[in-house]
Structure formats: C-alpha cells, structure tokens
Design a protein around this ligand. Structure first.
Ligand code: NAD
Ligand code: UFG
Length: 352
C-alpha cells in the first residue's frame, strides 16, 4: 500500500478526497487541527468505506495537529518510516479559506497558509518526500481576464487569501527549479467545489457565517434562513447574475486521485498547474432554478447590491487537466443540487 499524508483531510474537499483514495487502496495519514472541521468525519468515512482486503483502521489514521507544528510533522514522517510505510506523497489541503477574513486578518492567513506550507515543505525535504498535490484556487487569476480562464492567464490575486495561494505556488516553483527532477508538484486550481457525496453522509459543514452561495442555498431550502440575497442583478451576463463554474465535490475528489496517480507514476512529471472546473458557467438564477426543480422546493430570494471583489463571470478552460490526467467531470448541476440537499436534509446541524 502506498502511504500518503493528507493535510486538512477532515475538511470539505479533504474528506471527500480521502474517501476516493481509500477506495483506491491508499494508506492515509491525515493531519487536521479541526479549526474548520470535526473529528466525527472518521466515523462517517468508516461507514462509507467498503475496502475489499484491508480494514478501515489499516488504511486510515487521523492525527489532531497543526501543520505549523514542526515537531509533530517530524514525528509523523519518522513514525511512518519506522512502520515501514514511508510517506510517498502529500496532498496539502490544510489552510484558511475565507476571502473576507483574509482581508481583515492578513497576518493570520500568511502565517497559516504560507508559513504552514513552508514548515511542511521543509520537513518533506528532510524526509526525502518530494511529491505534492497542492490545493490552489482560481481566485489567483487576474480578475480582468476573460473566461474561459486557462492556466496561462496572468496570476494577479486581489485579496490576501488569493495572494497566499499564489505565494505557495511560487515557492513550489522555486523548489522545482532548484532541484530539477527531484520535486514533483501539481497545483490544482479549483473553481467552485459544491455538493456532497451521494450518500449524504459527508458534505460541507461551514462554521460561523456562511459566505458561499451553495451552503447558503441549502440553508434557505431547509428554512433555517428566510431568503437568499443575490449579489447584483446588473452584471454583464445573460440574466444579470454572477456566473461561476460549479464542480461536484466527488469529481474534484477524483481529480486528486488521478493527480496523485500521475505524480507517483510519471518519473519526470515536474511542475504542473491544472484548472479543475467543468468548463461550464452557471448563473446564480440558473443554479436556483435547477435546485428548485431537482428538489421540488422553492428558494425565496431578493436582489441586493453587488458584493465587493466579485467578478461577473468565472469558468475554467479545463483541457489541460482532462488531457493530462484523463479526468472528466461526470456529474452535472442536477447531481450537485440533489446530493447537496440530501446532505443538508440529513445533517441540518452539520457534524455536530
Ligand atoms: P475546509 O476548511 O473544509 O478544509 C481545510 C481543513 O484544514 C479543515 O479541516 C481545517 O480544520 C484544516 N486546517 C486549517 N488550518 C490548519 C492548520 N494550520 N493545521 C492543520 N489543519 C488545518 O476547506 P476546503 O473547502 O476543504 O478547502 C481545502 C483547501 O482547498 C484549502 O486550502 C482551500 O483554500 C482550498 N480551496 C478551496 C476552495 C473552496 O471553494 N472550497 C476553492 C479553492 C481552493
Ligand atoms: N452569491 C450570491 N449570494 C450569496 C453568495 C454568493 O448571490 O449569498 C453569488 C456571488 O456573487 C457569485 C456566486 O454567487 O456570483 C458564487 O459566489 P461564492 O461565494 O459561492 O463563490 P466565489 O466564486 O465568489 O468564490 C469561491 C470561493 C473562493 C475561491 C473561488 C474560486 O469562495 O475561495 O470560489 O475558486 F477562491
């Protein structure tokens, strides 16, 4: 079994990816501080896992801890070697992700997202583990670039969160350049990951104030929130509302599995940045309409002012990811709405 360290593996994208990797026979060591997640994810993953030969316990270990804790990281790499399961690669999800919070508390974002990554990368070097898949974001692109956004678009983030993602990508590039043939790096630039596993057993469990559209939509559907506020009806789009590239979380999880496979198989995979989106733009009103149709419900909404920092349209050119990884998003907007609502219905209070 190949041994993989997953940082932030208890979170939204991390937990769905863990499930995908478990099913494909990897041994996973997860480190998570639970700053934005819950240890309850372990029971959920256990019950969803139906490994053929190994038991869940033989394939999955979750350690509570912070990626900024050098001593802890060292002990994880050392223990893995002592157990004859040296860590071969890292999937690095751990980090803070609120654009708004990053603007109000930039030093925290630089410390966790960049500082934490530096600590991790130094320990990886020390233990000769030089394969990494990094969670990057479409938010690093110049917001004036026209969609579909390709990986060639200018990198020019306008908020602290995006700047920390671009900084880690830069750092990874320096590592690759300095130690050619040594580091194998894939930056996955996600567009808008949404939905949940089709069982409704795992999903997105935002803590504190909800900022993103999809979890907000779920709460309005459940009646916990009275109405959706749509940020602007005068964008230069077909119906005046913002357009985004919504990708089903299990398609995103699958992209991680394929990226990892590519990294471990291809000797000279080097340095790659790949857009992970469907390549299709959907407006807020279109998403609401599909959600209502699929789930036979009504989503009350009002129009309010545009949200500062928003762009009109953002969707991916995803040819590089599909041709390089042999990846293809298999689920559509209806799947997203059905699975996302199932998660909400079964878990109105998240994992608590
Ligand atoms: P999430 O908050 O659900 O998951 C992140 C996990 O990392 C959480 O479980 C959290 O507890 C953990 N964590 C945070 N700081 C940590 C630290 N210092 N040490 C250890 N664990 C820590 O977020 P997500 O949506 O699953 O995002 C995963 C990654 O993908 C993040 O790096 C995020 O920036 C990036 N990303 C997310 C989106 C999105 O829309 N969800 C888009 C682009 C990129
Ligand atoms: N929107 C509303 N009402 C809401 C929330 C959002 O109308 O209550 C609109 C926004 O204006 C936008 C669309 O819904 O047009 C999507 O907004 P989200 O906040 O769900 O997503 P964003 O595209 O703004 O940002 C997300 C993540 C970022 C990430 C980016 C690209 O929040 O962290 O996708 O990956 F960087």
């Amino acid at each position: 079994m190949r041994s993989i360290l997953v940082t932030g593996g208890a979170g939204f994208i991390g937990s769905h990816t863990c499930l995908e990797l478990l099913k494909n026979g990897y041994y996973l060591i997860v480190i998570d501080s639970y700053i934005n997640s819950s240890p309850k994810i372990v029971q959920r993953l256990n019950s969803l896992f139906s490994g053929s030969r190994q038991s869940f316990k033989e394939q999955f270990k979750l350690i509570k801890g912070d990626i900024r804790d050098k001593i802890l990281l060292e002990s994880i790499f050392k223990d893995a070697i002592n157990n004859k399961m040296p860590i071969e690669a890292v999937i690095h999800f751990a980090g803070l992700k609120s654009v708004e919070e990053s603007v109000f508390n930039p030093s925290l974002y630089w410390e966790v997202n960049v500082g934490g990554s530096i600590t991790l990368l130094r320990i990886m070097e020390q233990y000769n583990c030089r394969n990494i898949v990094f969670s990057s974001s479409a938010t690093i692109y110049n917001c004036n670039c026209k969609s579909p956004l390709s990986e060639e678009c200018e990198i020019k983030p306008i908020n602290t969160y995006g700047q920390t993602k671009a900084a880690v990508e830069n750092l990874l590039f320096s590592l690759y350049k300095n130690k050619r043939m040594d580091w194998r790096i894939i930056n996955l630039r996600y567009f808008n990951p949404v939905g949940a596993h089709s069982s409704g057993m795992i999903g997105e469990d935002p803590r504190g104030e909800i900022n993103n559209l999809f979890p907000y939509l779920n709460r309005v559907a459940s009646g916990a929130i009275k109405e959706l506020r749509i940020f602007g009806n005068n964008w230069p789009t077909l119906d005046g509302t913002g357009v985004r590239d919504y990708i089903h979380i299990m398609d995103l999880a699958n992209a991680h599995y394929l990226a990892l496979k590519y990294l471990l198989k291809k000797k000279n995979s080097g340095f790659l940045s790949l857009n992970i989106g469907t390549g299709k733009g959907t407006s807020v009103l279109e998403l609401i309409k599909t959600y209502e149709e699929v789930n036979s419900c009504k989503i009350p909404f009002i129009f309010v002012d545009r949200r500062p920092g928003d762009v009109a349209i953002s969707f991916a050119k995803n040819n590089l990811a599909t041709s390089t990884l042999g990846w293809k998003p298999k689920r559509d907007l209806s799947d997203i709405c059905r699975d996302g609502w199932k998660w909400e219905k079964l878990n109105p209070n998240g994992y608590t």
